[in-house]
Design a protein around this ligand. Structure first.
Ligand SMILES: NC(=O)c1ccc[n+]([C@@H]2O[C@H](COP(=O)([O-])OP(=O)(O)OC[C@H]3O[C@@H](n4cnc5c(N)ncnc54)[C@H](OP(=O)(O)O)[C@@H]3O)[C@@H](O)[C@H]2O)c1
Length: 290
């Protein structure tokens, strides 16, 4: 399944910061396709529930792009915002009705007939796995969603939902980076590798914080030295570090700047050896391996 999605995924969470007209967003989408990034990550709630409509407005200026794209969206978080006056408190909603309505709204906002992947955005303490299974089956049956996954699920939460589904979950989108190494040790990547599901790494550059790593810190020093050795930027090393993991992590990158995206794509040609990988891990954790 993972081969159906490009190894790097373009995250659209920050579209509101890009300050681009729809045609400029279309240019960026097309440039990503030319770079081999065909998968785009959205969510109902991004940019105050406006992200999908903005992405859809971009596609409306260049509809020929639509069949070339793999689209991911998410549902299940309910924000308190003027766009949703009925929400009194931030909460999660994985009811059958909400999942179906949210996916249908995503399709309408983006202006497409089918999502390639729908993720439950966060584990919901009130999640009834049988009800989620019913929603997934109905969306699949109607041809509205091709495949399903989750986001921010721990292994036991993933396994609970999986136990009630007719088809395998194909992805878990979680935070993984040199600045967030927990999934290497909490079972998330072990489960992904065991089940051959696709781990997607959100904020693979720590949401931009990696770029301001102090040069004198342990991580800053290793990034500098390996960067000199391998002729790579810190951001390229951070992506190459994720790609080196055998669970086949798919980084979800978030820059809106084409030059930076191009640089990250080039990191796919950067092969870290085992010791370089551990040097980065050790520096990131601030301690030696036991
Ligand atoms: N499932 C979830 O719960 C969840 C949570 C958060 C995010 N996500 C997904 O993950 C995607 C990526 O998250 P993210 O935006 O935090 O990812 P990121 O790639 O870690 O960070 C991107 C940010 O770093 C900045 N940046 C600074 N220097 C950079 C450089 N040299 N190269 C690249 N970027 C640089 C970018 O600014 P410029 O735009 O100015 O380059 C942008 O603001 C989101 O769009 C969303 O789709 C999912």
């Amino acid at each position: 399944m993972s081969s159906e999605f490009s190894r790097l995924i373009m995250g659209v969470w920050r579209i509101g910061d890009w300050a681009m007209r729809p045609a400029e967003v279309a240019d960026l989408i097309e440039a990503c396709l030319d770079l081999g990034i065909d998968t785009f990550d959205l969510a109902d709630i991004y940019n105050g529930y406006q992200c999908e409509a903005m992405f859809g407005a971009a596609l409306a200026t260049r509809p020929a792009l639509k069949p070339r794209l793999k689209l991911i969206s998410k549902c299940g978080i309910a924000l308190v915002t003027p766009a949703r006056p009925q929400h009194r408190v931030k909460h999660y909603n994985t009811s059958r009705a909400h999942i179906i309505a949210s996916a249908e709204h995503s399709l309408q906002a983006i202006g497409v007939e089918q999502l390639d992947l729908l993720l439950i955005h966060r584990p919901d303490p009130l999640m009834d796995a049988d009800e989620v299974a019913e929603a997934f089956a109905a969306l699949k049956q109607a041809g509205k969603v091709k495949a399903f996954g989750v986001s921010n699920f721990l292994p036991h939460q993933f396994e609970l939902l999986q136990s009630r589904l007719a088809e395998p979950l194909v992805a878990n989108q979680i935070e993984i980076s040199l600045l967030h190494t927990a999934p290497l040790f909490d079972g998330s990547l072990d489960l992904a590798q065991r089940q051959r599901t696709m781990p997607q790494a959100w904020s693979p550059l720590g949401g931009g914080r990696l770029s301001s790593t102090p040069a004198e810190s342990a991580l800053g020093r290793v990034l500098q030295r390996l960067g000199d050795e391998l002729h790579a930027t810190p951001e390229q090393l951070a992506i190459a570090w994720l790609l080196r993991h055998p669970a086949r992590i798919h980084p979800v990158v978030g820059s809106g700047k084409l030059q930076r995206i191009r640089e990250l794509v080039a990191a796919q040609n950067l092969a870290l050896d085992r010791q370089q990988w551990f040097e980065l891990l050790e520096a990131a954790m601030g301690r030696e391996m036991p």
